[in-house]
Write a protein that binds this ligand. Structure first.
Ligand code: NI
Length: 129
């Protein structure tokens, strides 16, 4: 392999806190396999949905909570942080079939008054060693 390329890689993984190259390469391989799981969109996924919103907006908190109750089977846990006088951060840990999870995230993020939202998918870990 190109020595210059490897030197770049070694500097990058050192910044990221890896002790050695093989652990970094293992994580890259795992990340690629997880990406493949999403591309196939089959099976169960685990992830988090984060939402930032202004709790002063009338009925927004209520609407977000009501909708979450209709999807309670997919929401394993939720965390609420009061960021300041106005803004709240909510993080949901979700598990379910990929298209359902994506639809849940899209619906929550599209709710009027949600300033920022993001779905981060990971894996159940079953297919990775
Ligand atoms: Ni709050």
């Amino acid at each position: 392999m190109d020595q210059e390329l490897l030197a770049h890689f070694d500097r990058r993984i050192a910044r990221k806190g890896y002790d050695n190259r093989s652990e970094a390469i293992r994580d890259l391989i795992r990340a690629d396999l997880v990406a493949e799981e999403w591309e196939r969109a089959e099976g169960e996924v685990v992830g988090t949905i984060s939402l930032v919103y202004d709790h002063h907006l009338r009925s927004l908190t209520k609407r977000l909570t009501s909708f979450q109750h209709t999807r309670y089977q997919m929401i394993l846990s939720s965390l609420h942080v009061h960021l300041d006088e106005d803004n709240c951060l909510e993080v949901l840990v979700v598990r379910g079939m990929e298209p359902h999870i994506r639809a849940l995230a899209e619906r929550l993020i599209a709710t009027k008054g949600v300033k920022h939202g993001r779905l981060t998918l990971t894996t159940t870990g079953k297919r990775l060693s």
